[in-house]
Design a protein around this ligand. Structure first.
Ligand SMILES: *Cc1c(COP(=O)(O)O)cnc(C)c1O
Length: 384
């Protein structure tokens, strides 16, 4: 019986049906060669949606972070501050440039970068005589970080911010689109994100000159010449015209996707918020969460079960659930870099990793699927 139940994924691609038209157009006009009209339109449409002056469509969100760091002149031996509670793609590009990350803890209110920890990291940097070149602020699970205090601190030290909004397209901070508050913002269209091109990313900014430079680097840094001439290192980072077509269609249904994910959250919230020991990731008053993934913490003492047991049991029932991101300061790859906790002796992200779980949250989750997850999880919490 069990084995026959269809797998319920954490977050699977959700096509709208509109994509095929754009793909067909690309095929009929033979715009398969990487760039083409879908790329230009997708950039313009996304920039308009988020309210930025411009956008560059790229092969991934990771590529967008890499180019943003290069635009801020991050080089060997430089320091870059970065949220610790995130996916490794937020921090890997810092290593591509042989710079050193310094990781910043989360605050409990939003699970995102703690302004208190950030301030202490800056004080330490001043003491060491070396400020960071950039700060990568992650908007986790679809919620903006508290950008006003973060920007206030960064502006004070004159250090620019890159917003890693890979998970927060469609979310907002004080009426502004998440991803548009820093010098640069990046989005991801990987298969598990709120909208997808199967793979892809976008770099946004009001600095059009910088975006033009990113376009140049992303297309192999070809100098203007008849022959192939190169004065700078180049990358093959552009999004293909076919995939940009998928993105144009997905962007049209983004608002529906946010609504659907928020509805999924609401159902989980209704089912589990009354249970002692369960706390959902809060929606901070400063913005709108897109609820990309519904995440909650379980206090083992009160719930009588550890998240690892919950994940294993759900998995045996063909339901995918996962712990929240393992913080970067706990990763073997990054173990030699500095970390600043929310309070001197209290790391919020360690605690969230110990107790936090992500539940299936796709916008294409059926009511039956969700009922299956809720009933299974409920039985674990009640029959412990
Ligand atoms: C997915 C993700 C990325 C990377 O995006 P890709 O398009 O997969 O390269 C970066 N940061 C965060 C927080 C992400 O969730």
């Amino acid at each position: 019986m069990r084995e026959n139940k269809e797998r319920i994924y954490l977050s699977s691609p959700h096509m709208s049906g509109l994509e095929q038209q754009y793909i067909n157009e690309a095929f009929e006009s033979n715009w398969i060669a990487p760039l083409g009209p879908n790329v230009d339109h997708f950039e313009a449409e996304l920039a308009k949606y988020v309210g930025s002056q411009g956008a560059v469509a790229l092969s991934s969100g990771t590529a967008a972070i890499h180019l943003a760091l290069k635009l801020l002149d991050v080089k060997e031996n430089d320091i870059v501050f970065c949220s610790s509670l995130t996916f490794s793609a937020s921090a890997n590009p810092i290593l591509y440039e042989k710079a050193s990350p310094v990781f910043i803890d989360s605050e409990p209110e939003s699970w995102n970068m703690s302004p208190k920890a950030l301030e202490r990291a800056f004080e330490d940097a001043i003491k060491e005589g070396k400020l960071p070149k950039a700060v990568v602020v992650v908007n986790l699970y679809g919620q903006s970080a508290d950008m006003d205090p973060i920007l206030k601190i960064c502006n004070h030290y004159k250090v620019p911010v890159i917003e890693d909004a890979a998970e927060s397209l469609g979310a907002s901070y004080k009426q502004k689109a998440s991803g548009t508050l820093g010098r640069f913002g990046i989005y991801s269209f990987n298969g598990n994100k709120i909208i997808t091109t199967s793979g892809g990313g976008m770099l946004v900014s009001d600095d059009l000159e910088a975006l033009e430079k990113a376009r140049f680097w992303a297309t192999q840094s070809r100098d203007p010449a008849r022959h192939y001439q190169h004065s700078e290192i180049g990358y093959n980072y552009r999004l293909s015209n076919v995939l940009a077509g998928i993105g144009r269609a997905q962007l049209q249904v983004l608002e529906d996707r946010v609504k659907a994910r928020r509805a999924v959250f609401e159902r989980y919230y209704e089912a589990f918020s009354p249970i002692e020991g369960i706390e959902f990731m809060p929606e901070a008053p400063f913005g709108k969460h897109n609820r990309w993934l519904t995440t909650l913490t379980m206090d083992e003492k009160k719930c009588g079960i550890h998240i690892h047991n919950v994940i294993d049991t759900l998995s045996a029932d063909n339901i995918e659930a996962r712990p929240v991101w393992k913080p970067m300061h706990l990763q073997p790859l990054f173990k030699n870099y500095k970390y600043f906790a929310h309070e001197e002796k209290k790391s919020v992200s360690d605690q969230l990793f110990e107790t936090g779980i992500c539940l299936p949250s796709g916008s294409n989750l059926t009511l039956e699927d969700q009922t299956r997850v809720i009933e299974k999880l409920h039985s674990l919490l009640v029959n412990k």
